[in-house]
Design a protein around this ligand. Structure first.
Ligand SMILES: [Zn+2]
Length: 106
């Protein structure tokens, strides 16, 4: 359980790092140069990247919280109402820290 969560955390950190670093791709730079003045595609792409990075960051904070809950012995219990989180939900998302009801309200 802990190992799976730690692997997930490492994977997310890598993905976020890759998204936010955006190393300059020489091929992309050349094609961008061909349509000077048209920054729309680039801007939309940038927004998508920011959105994706935010989603991943939110997931990462849940994974980190789930690891803390393992230490606390509260893993599997909802952080908001204390109700047990269903096994199916935990199976689908190991890092669930809220029950279905509370997650919907978040
Ligand atoms: Zn709850």
């Amino acid at each position: 359980m802990r190992t799976a969560l730690e692997e997930r955390r490492a994977g997310l950190q890598r993905e976020i790092g890759a998204l936010t670093a955006r190393p300059r791709d020489p091929v992309a730079a050349v094609s961008f140069g061909k349509r000077v003045g048209d920054g729309t595609t680039e801007a939309v792409e940038r927004l998508n990247t920011v959105g994706a990075a935010q989603g991943l960051s939110a997931m990462l904070s849940d994974v980190e919280r789930a690891l803390v809950k393992l230490d606390e012995g509260t893993y599997g219990a909802c952080d908001r109402c204390g109700a047990p989180i269903s096994a199916e939900r935990l199976e689908a998302r190991l890092w669930s820290v809220l029950c279905v009801g509370c997650a919907l309200k978040r």
